[in-house]
Ligand binder design. Structure first.
Ligand SMILES: NC(=O)c1ccc[n+]([C@@H]2O[C@H](COP(=O)([O-])OP(=O)(O)OC[C@H]3O[C@@H](n4cnc5c(N)ncnc54)[C@H](OP(=O)(O)O)[C@@H]3O)[C@@H](O)[C@H]2O)c1
Length: 275
């Protein structure tokens, strides 16, 4: 893993690390190609702390795409991922209060509860976070198997985000399994901005969405996304796979700013923020 951007004079000439977005720890060399520790990755991906006013939720997405824009292969993202991508995936979870995910991704990827990992324990405790992030599943139909470990045995209770018109028997089934059902829309569905607000009201300010594309597209369209952590896999798949964000397009393309860029074995790990 090496850092390609931002490149500071310091990095280029002395390799001493540093830089505005956090770089490898003391004595580390951001430009040198070596495996970064999870601690170094956690520094590099820290949520912004110096925001003025009352802390409002910060919504970050983490997605992987091939060179030709595919967000999955054979219905999964694993074939287009790699070990370094999974380390960053784990790091982003290690930093988050809650992981927001669409129900189809939960069904297709067989989501399990987030683990408490020793590498992030001290950092989480210092930040006042639970040992692991909660998982919040966005669903209108609540067509989910509530006997799965994601719902019955998480470290932190799993949340369901749904609309006020959700089927009462499905809501009851979720609650019986120990799930907390949060209403974030007036109809069947969730309104993306309301979901962010509702999670903030529960004390969750470090939000991470892992998609899928249909959910991410709605966060984008609502102007609710603050940051995109995008892995570009050096692969071509052709075909008709979804892109990382779907749904109706926005009227004017939203401009994001590149905040950092890491590389390992040809995979690019970009971090883009709303300017
Ligand atoms: N490349 C990546 O980084 C990445 C990341 C994640 C997933 N994926 C891939 O993406 C695919 C799945 O993604 P997807 O886009 O099809 O589905 P998705 O966004 O994960 O989930 C869609 C489902 O979420 C629920 N939902 C979405 N918006 C809602 C709203 N406003 N209100 C209420 N419920 C809402 C609905 O669930 P109900 O049907 O239950 O009502 C809907 O069917 C998989 O192939 C997965 O491997 C790739």
């Amino acid at each position: 893993m090496r850092r390609l951007f931002p490149v500071t004079d310091q990095t280029a000439t002395t390799g001493s690390g540093g830089g505005p977005l956090g770089a490898p720890g003391e004595g580390g060399d951001a430009a040198e190609d070596r495996e970064w520790s999870l601690d170094e990755l956690a520094e590099a991906y820290a949520y912004p702390q110096d925001r003025p006013g009352a802390p409002r939720p910060w919504l970050r997405a983490n997605m992987v795409s091939t060179l030709d824009g595919a967000a999955q292969h054979d219905g999964r993202s694993q074939p287009i991922s790699t070990a370094a991508d999974m380390r960053i995936f784990g790091t982003l979870r290690g930093l988050a209060d809650v992981v927001v995910v669409g129900a189809e991704t939960v069904r297709l990827e067989g989501y399990r509860p987030a683990r408490a990992r020793a590498e992030f324990a001290a950092r989480r405790a210092a930040a006042g976070q639970a040992p692991a992030p909660a998982v919040a599943v966005v669903t209108a139909g609540l067509d989910l198997d509530f006997s799965l470990p994601l719902f019955t045995s998480p470290l932190v209770p799993t949340l369901i985000l749904t609309g006020a018109a959700a089927a009462p028997d499905r809501v009851a089934a979720a609650e019986k399994a120990g799930v907390r059902v949060v209403i974030a829309g007036d109809g069947m569905g969730v309104e993306p901005a309301r979901a962010v607000q509702a999670l903030g009201a529960l004390g969750h300010t470090r939000l991470l969405t892992e998609g899928g594309p249909r959910l991410l597209g709605q966060f984008v369209a609502a102007g609710a996304l603050d940051e995109l952590c995008l892995t570009v896999a050096p692969m071509l798949t052709a075909g008709d796979a979804q892109r990382i964000a779907g749904g109706p397009s926005v009227a004017v393309p939203q401009r994001f700013a590149l905040a950092s860029l890491l590389e390992e074995e040809g995979f690019l790990f970009g971090r883009y923020r709303r300017p």
